[in-house]
Design a protein around this ligand. Sequence first.
Ligand code: ZN
Length: 212
Amino acid sequence: MSERPKPELTACAADEDLRGPYDKETADAVAAILRRIGESPEREGLQRTPQRVARALEYMTRGYRQDVDEILNGALFTLEYDEMVIVKDIDFYSLCEHHMLPFFGKCHIAYLPSRHVIGLSKLPKIVDAFSRRLQIQERLTCQIAETIQKKIKPKGVAVVIEAQHLCMMMRGCEKQNAWAITSSLLGRFRRDARTRAEFLELIRPGRGRSGT
Ligand code: ZN
């Protein structure tokens, strides 16, 4: 029997996380947590974990340091276009504020312009700015809708978020296949059942992609 070469251990791209500065206080707190759960932060695999976690946390909460006005700077246009604008299936990752565990899924955004439109690529950036914080799904949904409402005063805004919460999957009720769905409907999407139905039809899974 020939001896197989040992596979190299390069799990989770750990070295990527070792570049750049990190917050020492956060790293110290992580080391304390490691001790409290019965681990040893000195053992080889954990030696640099506190600083990795500190950097990862900073990245995952970078929305606190983002300014929506700056994101939208130069991306608001005046245009006579009054059909529904939809960007669907925007991936997002957030942390629930109750457990600091990830929740993640898809965000769908629609609005009915009233003289102003937002550059399409900016909508995912708005989602990012609000999701990269400690959040609850309901607030995240409303903040996205209200920001669009405030910035371009459209005739209506609709935001739907479908998400899975690790705090429900790994602990608590341990429901692996539950999706939480939240929506925020403003203006015509709230008032007019036909507009709402058109939006819900367009965000149905599989709609709007090639071949459908
Ligand atoms: Zn939670």
